[in-house]
Structures are given as C-alpha cells and as structure tokens.
Design a protein around this ligand. Structure first.
Ligand code: FAD
Length: 417
C-alpha cells in the first residue's frame, strides 16, 4: 500500500494530473478531500494501529479513524490526544492541528506526534522527526496537505483508565447561566487541565427553536468534578454524563449526510461576547429560510493558555500563552437542499462578519483562525503569523520545488493563495 502511494505520486506528478488526498473525509468543504476531473487518493486502507513494546508510542496509519485508535489503545489503558468524534480521520485532524479532550494537558494533537512518514512530491518515502528533516517535521504540525501524502504518524501515548463524559441539554431560557458556567470553566485561573468542554447553541430554522447542548468531559474516571458543579446545578432537560471508556464516548452516531459548512473565529473569553454572538445569530438567522431542513450551530470551546503552551515553538499554528485564555467558535450550517447552498454560504459569512465586527469593537477579536474549522474563504495559514507563513513557504519550496502539492492538489488551504 505504501509502495502504491509512492508510485501513484510519481505517476500523477509526471502526468500533470490534479489529485486530492482523503483520510476519513470529514472536511466539509467541497473539494478539500475529493476532486472533480482528477484522482482521489483514498487512504482509508492505511488504518493499522500498533504500539511500541512499552506502549509509549502509537504508530497509526493516517487513513484510520480516531475510533480505530481508541478501540486499540483502550485495551492497553493508553490513549492518544486525538479527535473527539471517533469518525474523524487521523490524517486531516493532525495535519490541521487537532483539538482533543487532552489538549489542556498536552496541547494540539500534532504536538503529540513524534514522527511522520510521508511520500514527497518526487515519490520518495521519508521518516521525518525532531532529528531527521526537522524543518519538515515542524511544518507538518499545522501545515495541512501542502507537503506530501502523510502515510503514518507516531504519537506519544497517555495513560487512560476511564473518562467522564456525556451531554447536558438545557432550555434556552437558561442561556445566561450556561454561558456564565462556560466562561468560569474556560477562564479559570488555574485552568483544570482535565476539563474539556464544548457548549453549543443550536438553531432549527424550521421550528425556529434554540437549544443549548454542552459536552463536558473530564479526562479522569471521576464523577462530579468540581469544575462542572456550576453547570450541573443549572436545571437541565437531560444529562447523560457518566464515567465510560474513550472508544465508547467517541463512538457517536453517524452524521446525517447533508450539506455542511464550517467557519470559525477565536475570541477572548467573555459572557458579554457570548451574549452578543447569540444575539447576532438570533437576529440574523431568525427569518432566514430555505427549502427542506436547515440547522445552525454555534459551538464554543475553551482555548486556555495551558493548552497552547506545549507546542508553542514546535508547531506552526502561532498560538501563544501570552495572548491569555481564549475561546474558539465553530459556526456551522447543515442543510438538505443543495440548491440552497449559495444563500446558506452567504448567510454564514454575514453572521461571521457581524460577530467579528462586534468582537473587534469589544477588544476580544484574536488573530488565530483554526484551519480544521475554517470556511473556504478564511485564511488560516496567514493567521499563524508572518514568520510561520514564511517558514511554511520555505519548507514547501525545499521539499516540493515544482509546487506539485500547491498546483496539482487544489483542495485545502494552500500556501501561495
Ligand atoms: C463530526 C466532526 C467532528 C469533528 N471533531 C473534531 C475534533 O474533535 N477536533 C478537531 O480538531 N477537529 C474536529 N473536526 C474537524 C476535523 O479535524 C477536520 O474536518 C479534519 O480535516 C477532518 O480530518 P479527516 O482526515 O477526516 O478529513 P479529510 O476530509 O479526509 O481531510 C481533510 C484535509 O486533510 C488532508 N489530508 C487528510 N489526510 C491527509 C494525509 N494523510 N496526508 C496529507 N493530507 C491529508 C486532505 O487533503 C484534506 O484537505 C470535526 C469535524 C467533524 C465533521
């Protein structure tokens, strides 16, 4: 299979043929992991998960899903700081950074990588790590599909003996209390590194109803950790939080096959801003309708200082603890009628523009645009800062002098856009 990837690259690079690279295909943007009039290299056959003898390192094929990884490692009482939804692919998530339940402990998923096996533009298969082609090793920690086809990633493992997790649903009338609880978790000093939470405001455009859904996680098998006391005290419609195994928690139901779009922003942690974002979404989306179903989700997740510290010089994401605790917004739409796509796109961009304007006015807009959540018109790579941007271009020219992964792989965020 590895030989296949190398010979495919050699053949198609020489034919000037366009191609796409796909792991588990969870990037929602059209054309990021597939292609019209070209070849898609589907890596899902490269899904082996093995460990070193002492299980301190996991060797993972990039076509594996995170569920494959957790199912293997749970039985060894180990884990990797990987994706939260088990269906997401190892390749795409790690090359874009990767936010994990364990990120407050060990940083982005890419920060746990010790080695990348990659097929370069000339068809050569190389191992890249801190002592071999270390510039390429660093570039792959956030540099997306711009350098080659990554076929295996080795990760540091972490001990794992159970995890607390589940979902809490609150009526929208409890919005202020839920946003306050989120703020107090995300902006705690010190931040509890075992805490990982997403809080989503979900709008059903057909019923015009809002719901609040939080996924509070504690990376230890501990019931009722103090960090969630405030959230759990708010009257809820349902609360499924319990101690479980990571592969059970990650085994979420399959996502419905609808059109989907992501966009994102990073902001200072503030209840006023959370309220303002909710107000913008409600005002802008309430009377907007398309045929069929349409759902909007504004998901907030903490980006605490402890989270960005581990990889601060080792990855290219440009996040810094000096910027203080922050929160990431993933603003997404899913809808059934393909013909409605352009109006949904335009509405999503309008909402994000309004949110960023409000955040800027409040002094809460941060530079970082998280690539794995970014909309197609956003510029995550330039948000990494000029130095990282220049570094990535330099490394791309060194390892791919003819720009194969820039010109023949059109999908994804490119370095020379
Ligand atoms: C339901 C859902 C849950 C999510 N949960 C999380 C989460 O917990 N944390 C988080 O950080 N993100 C999360 N994301 C976002 C996710 O990280 C991105 O969508 C990511 O790109 C998906 O990776 P993939 O391998 O499945 O995607 P793909 O669509 O297969 O690939 C995404 C991009 O990466 C490139 N790529 C993939 N594999 C390789 C490779 N081996 N070599 C070179 N390039 C490659 C592709 O060309 C493409 O441009 C989630 C997304 C969804 C839809």
């Amino acid at each position: 299979m590895l030989v296949d990837v190398a010979s495919i690259i050699t053949t198609i690079a020489n034919q000037n043929c366009s191609f796409a690279i796909k792991s588990q295909g969870h990037a929602p943007a059209a054309g990021f992991a597939n292609i019209d009039k070209g070849i898609t290299i589907d890596l899902t056959g490269l899904n082996a998960v093995t460990t070193s003898e002492d299980a301190s390192i996991a060797h993972v094929g990039t076509g594996a899903s995170w569920l494959d990884v957790y199912a293997h490692l749970d039985s060894l009482n180990k884990t990797v700081a990987g994706g939260r939804n088990g269906g997401v692919g190892v390749g795409g998530l790690t090359l874009g950074g990767g936010i994990s339940y364990f990120s407050p402990q060990v940083g982005f998923t890419c920060d746990s990588a010790t080695n990348f096996e990659i097929v370069l533009a000339n068809g050569e298969l190389v191992e890249t790590n801190a002592s071999s082609q270390s510039d390429l090793f660093r570039a792959l920690k956030g540099g997306l599909n711009n350098f080659g086809v990554v076929t295996r990633i080795d990760f540091h493992t972490l001990p794992m003996d159970g995890i607390l997790g589940g979902r809490v649903v609150n009526d929208i009338s409890h919005r202020s209390e839920v946003f306050n609880a989120f703020r107090n978790i995300a902006d705690a000093h010190p931040y509890d590194v075992h805490a990982s939470i997403t809080t989503s405001a979900i709008f059903n455009a057909v019923t015009k109803a809002w719901t609040l859904l939080s996924a509070p996680i504690y990376t230890k098998p501990q019931t009722n950790p103090k960090v969630y006391a405030e959230l759990f005290a708010i009257p809820s419609i349902s609360n499924t939080v319990k101690v479980t195994q990571l592969h059970t928690l990650a085994n979420e139901s399959a996502i419905a096959q609808t059109n989907q779009l992501f966009s994102t922003g990073t902001y200072g942690v503030s209840t006023q801003l959370l309220d303002r974002i909710f107000g913008i979404c409600n005002d802008t989306l309430h009377n907007f309708n398309v045929a069929g179903s349409l759902q909007w989700i504004a998901t907030f997740e903490p980006l605490p200082m402890v989270f960005v510290s581990p990889g601060v010089h080792d990855n290219v994401l440009g996040t810094s603890p000096e910027n203080g605790n922050a929160m990431i917004l993933l603003f997404s739409a899913s809808w059934s009628d393909h013909d409605a796509s352009s109006s949904v796109h335009a509405k999503l961009e309008e909402v994000l523009r309004k949110i960023n304007t409000a955040a800027r006015e409040m002094g809460q807009l941060r530079e970082f645009v998280y690539a794995n959540y970014a909309g197609t018109k956003q510029k995550p790579i330039s948000s990494y800062g000029a130095q990282n941007d220049a570094f990535l271009r330099h490394v791309a020219k060194k390892y791919d002098p003819h720009g194969i992964f820039q010109s023949q792989v059109p999908g994804g965020f490119k370095l020379f856009d």
